[in-house]
Design a protein around this ligand. Structure first.
Ligand SMILES: Nc1ncnc2c1ncn2[C@@H]1O[C@H](COP(=O)(O)OP(=O)(O)OP(=O)(O)O)[C@@H](O)[C@H]1O
Ligand SMILES: [Mg+2]
Length: 325
């Protein structure tokens, strides 16, 4: 165990970091910390309106602070070559299905958020179980040889399923279970806190993937009605930034599941669309849609990717997990 620091000491250290930024005095630093912006990285990823709303400072002050953080971290501009080098450190985790890996350009990427949405019973949680195991595989078998943080908001995680899937991949099932850190989140606030706590575990436990199943159910359940939509979206945005920050900072993958809502404007074709609106649509890097297909199969479509074409494949879900059909 690393040496424990008391909370005050930690706060002071964070505050020192932040007050080095132009436009941030001790009072503003305290506000930033209170709103969860504890690192320069978190400020770099924030938008000015979000930062202003979360901390109560003006938007123009927020803009200046973000610009200062960007300057300090040297992220304003970088050469395409440096970016290329950074991208080269991106790794991929096999999903255990060759076809799904191909669809994703080689597997689930680190430094990115991958979303899978679909109706109930379509297989989202099954895939989460599977990837919680495959990330543990050694690199020559398509894994990262790292561990999983599994944030369960619906109470549907089943260790028994991990045992079955581990056997399929010839991993010791006890070891496989021990390499999954499990956290149940009971509210959206709780989900935020659990994810914040993950920061200290990322390195200590060598977490290669954070799985959030489901990303959105608490947000949808707690913020009902039109008038609370803006607040919900703002919080969801903050949450996504938190996840992305962890993904970038620790070269880890993030896999989130999402529900579907019926789009009343659809007269022809599939009325299902992902919940979470534009915030989620923009916030995730790759987006998969899973649904039941003929003969008990599941169709998975890549609907958003920064560099891959839209395409579909079919898989089956068996005792052994998600397999090529
Ligand atoms: N051991 C198993 N063997 C075969 N199929 C299974 C097994 N366990 C689950 N399944 C299949 O997976 C389905 C459940 O999928 P899953 O729980 O992943 O759905 P989901 O998309 O997460 O749904 P929700 O939105 O309700 O969370 C079951 O209906 C069943 O078809
Ligand atoms: Mg589920």
């Amino acid at each position: 165990m690393p040496e424990e620091k008391d909370e005050e000491q930690v706060q002071e250290e964070i505050s020192d970091d932040l007050t080095e930024l132009e436009g941030v005095g001790p009072v503003t630093a305290k506000r930033l910390i209170g709103a969860g912006y504890t690192t320069l990285e978190s400020l770099v990823l924030a938008t000015s309106s979000e930062l202003a709303a979360a901390t109560g400072i003006t938007e123009s002050a927020a803009r200046k602070i973000i610009a200062a953080a960007r300057k300090r971290l040297n992220v304003e501009v970088m050469s395409a070559y440096d970016y290329y080098l950074q991208r080269k450190s991106v790794q991929r985790i096999t999903t255990g299905s060759r076809k799904l890996d191909d669809l994703l350009g080689g597997g689930i990427e680190t430094q990115a958020i991958t979303e899978i949405y679909g109706p109930y019973g379509s297989g989202k949680t099954q895939l989460c179980h599977q990837v919680a195991v495959t990330v543990q595989l050694p690199p020559e078998k398509g894994g990262l040889g790292r561990t999983t943080l599994f944030i369960d908001t619906e109470g549907t995680f089943r260790p028994e399923r991990i045992v079955q899937i581990a056997e399929r991949f010839e991993l010791d099932s006890e070891e496989a279970l021990k390499a999954i850190l499990y956290a149940r989140a009971f509210t959206s606030d709780h989900q935020m806190i659990v994810t914040e706590k993950a920061e200290s575990l990322m390195k200590e436990r060598d977490i290669g993937i954070i799985i959030v199943d489901s990303l959105i159910s608490h947000f949808r359940g707690e913020y009902v009605g039109r008038e609370s939509l803006a607040a919900r979206q703002q919080k969801l945005n903050r949450y996504l930034h938190k996840l992305l920050k962890l993904a970038l900072g620790y070269n880890a993958a993030v896999l989130v599941t999402n529900q579907v809502v019926a789009d009343p404007g659809t007269f022809f074709g599939d009325p299902n669309k992902p919940a979470g609106g534009h915030v989620l649509g923009h916030g995730v890097t790759a987006r998969l849609y899973i649904r039941r297909a003929k003969k008990g199969l599941r169709q998975i479509t890549l609907v958003k990717s920064p560099y891959l074409p839209e395409a579909s494949i079919e898989v089956k879900i068996t005792e052994r997990g998600v397999e090529d059909a």
